[in-house]
Design a binder for this molecule. Structure first.
Ligand code: ACM
Ligand code: ZN
Length: 547
């Protein structure tokens, strides 16, 4: 009702402000005379195009959960009380374009393909008023033409530091879909936990998925001595991948190498340069079990572990290839992420096998050894028909020939990779690290950093330093959610919202329609949706702008 009232007041002045859609569509037109379509349990969904079941079930699930009814599907319209779903040739440069019209003939959604229809449904969901007792939902007459700006619209979730259960992972995927995002980068292995079942190496999850304790608080005042862990079985992974596919979301698995491998090393110490050396964690930070242990430990503190995969042993490559053999068929994604970030070279410098490898291959330093590591894995991943993604450290020592670079230490790595004609995904700490605080005040324990909503909103993924030609190598952008200080799903939600709204507009909406003042006006309605969904978010409007 409020939506309609707002519409009436604004009629004839500001077409865009009358509906509250995030991300802002490319074009929104409203008639001068306001009118609306009444959606009710007797409205039919008419499938004029085939293969649109995913859109129908998503919409009906949404209606069922929040409005208490579902709609029937038919193949022919009856009267005017219809939502017609169809295909129309629109713009096929990036999948997902759609047209949506609401008028006296009913609701009509046409997608360039099934993905486009699905995004039309997401917009329709945002045209729904809040639930009311009448089971009659007024949807304003509107004409929308829309398409994504970037092909890659991503979010990364770290389930290594804190494990996130399958129901939340599915909810997270729904959040992506509701914001027209399409890539879920699933960070599955870490120093602090290996989270994916690998049948050939059962100890990865028997041992590597569990730690005996975790450092306490932001300032590491000891260890909580609480055994912690969890992992996904391959059946669960398949279930989540299928769930995402129905929402036109690709899941990119990340298997970290050569660094961030302590959990795997705890399971199979021979993966380390020095299998007999105890994992280096000060006693004051260790669990009681950890203090007693003589050998390798799943990491119990945050930060970067020195113990990394040995680059001198062929058995390490065999192990990682075996892991890839099981990971690749689970994920239809054309990409496999191998990490590559934050790999200290201290062990490699004193490891006879790593040093021998360098001598044999004429590698001049350990950065070149890391480059050798990634290139060797790239060949294997390419042989499986997949493309390797790595964090921007993979530029050091020479980029693997077909690698995609994720630029996280600012934009520099992305700029350099694009100039080298490599595909780039932008994910700089300065704009899209959602583990940073949304406020200057400490409202909860966070890793540090300050990233208010406005700064995310004003991020431009194509750096001005790049020529127009090289700009085409920027596939899109992604926000990263590292979970050292996010122990549960509610905290993840609190950290991601509403920054995901800002990001969704950065990666979806045309650059020309991006408008911070207008976005701020649309946000309160989005917060009503979050309240409806029971989603946690940071809602302190005073803190949205950069201080
Ligand atoms: C990263 O934040 N270490 C990619
Ligand atoms: Zn070594």
């Amino acid at each position: 009702m409020k939506l309609l009232l707002a519409g009436l007041l604004l009629c004839g002045f500001s077409a865009v402000a009358q509906v509250n859609i995030i991300p802002q569509p490319a074009s929104v037109k409203m008639p001068r005379i306001m009118a609306d379509f009444s959606l009710s349990p007797s409205t039919n969904i008419v499938l004029e195009g085939g293969g649109l079941e995913n859109s129908v079930s998503f919409f009906n699930d949404y209606l069922k959960e929040f409005y208490g009814f579902t709609l029937k599907t038919t193949s022919k319209p009856k009267g005017r009380n219809n939502i017609i779903l169809n295909f129309e040739r629109i713009d096929d440069s990036i999948p997902g374009a759609y047209h949506l019209s609401v008028d006296q003939k009913g609701i009509y959604i046409a997608g360039d393909n099934a993905t486009g229809v699905f995004y039309g449904i997401q917009t329709l969901i945002q045209l729904l008023p809040m639930p009311n007792d009448l089971q009659k939902l007024s949807i304003p007459y509107v004409q929308i033409k829309d398409k994504p700006r970037f092909a890659y619209r991503g979010l990364m979730l770290d389930v290594g530091r804190h494990f996130m259960p399958v129901p939340f992972v599915k909810k997270f995927i729904d959040y992506l879909a509701l914001h027209k995002m399409n890539e879920f980068h699933w960070h599955l292995t870490e120093d602090q936990g290996w989270r994916i079942e690998i049948k050939k190496y059962p100890r990865l999850t028997e041992v590597g998925a569990w730690r005996d304790g975790t450092v306490i608080g932001r300032h590491w005042t000891g260890n909580d001595n609480t055994r912690y862990g969890g992992f996904y079985t391959q059946d669960q992974i398949k279930e989540v991948v299928a769930y995402a596919a129905k929402r036109y979301i690709t899941i990119i698995p990340e298997i970290e190498m050569p660094g961030h491998g302590s959990a795997a090393i705890a399971a199979y110490p021979w993966l380390s340069c020095f299998p007999d050396e105890k994992t280096n964690i000060p006693d004051s930070l260790l669990s009681e079990e950890g203090k007693k242990a003589k050998g390798k430990l799943v990491y119990e503190q945050w930060g970067v572990a020195e113990d990394v995969f040995c680059a001198g042993k062929d058995s390490v490559f065999k192990f990682l290839q075996d892991v890839i053999d099981e990971v690749a068929p689970l994920f239809p994604s054309k990409y496999i992420h191998v990490g590559g970030d934050e790999c200290p070279k201290t062990h490699w410098k004193r490891c006879p096998l790593c040093q021998k490898r360098m001598r044999d291959l004429g590698l001049k330093d350990e950065h070149e050894l890391q480059s050798y590591f990634i290139q060797r894995m790239e060949k294997y991943i390419n042989s499986k028909g997949k493309t390797l993604i790595g964090w921007d450290e993979i530029l050091e020592g020479g980029l693997a020939p077909n690698a995609v670079v994720m630029s996280w230490r600012g934009e520099k790595g992305g700029i350099e990779a694009a100039r080298q004609k490599h595909t780039v995904i932008m994910t700089p700490t300065t704009y899209v690290y959602f583990d940073y605080s949304q406020t200057k005040h400490e409202d909860s324990i966070v890793i540090g950093g300050y990233l208010p909503l406005e700064k995310v909103y004003k991020y431009e993924p194509i750096p001005s330093e790049l020529s127009a030609g090289d700009g085409h190598y920027i596939l899109g952008a992604q926000a990263n959610i590292w979970t050292e200080y996010m122990t549960n799903p509610s905290k993840v939600e609190y950290m991601m919202f509403p920054r995901v709204d800002a990001l969704s507009e950065v990666v979806w909406s045309p650059k020309s329609t991006r408008n911070w003042e207008d976005f701020k006006k649309r946000l309160p309605y989005q917060f009503k949706r979050y309240d409806l969904w029971g989603t946690h978010y940071f809602g302190d409007v005073e803190e949205f702008e950069t201080h």
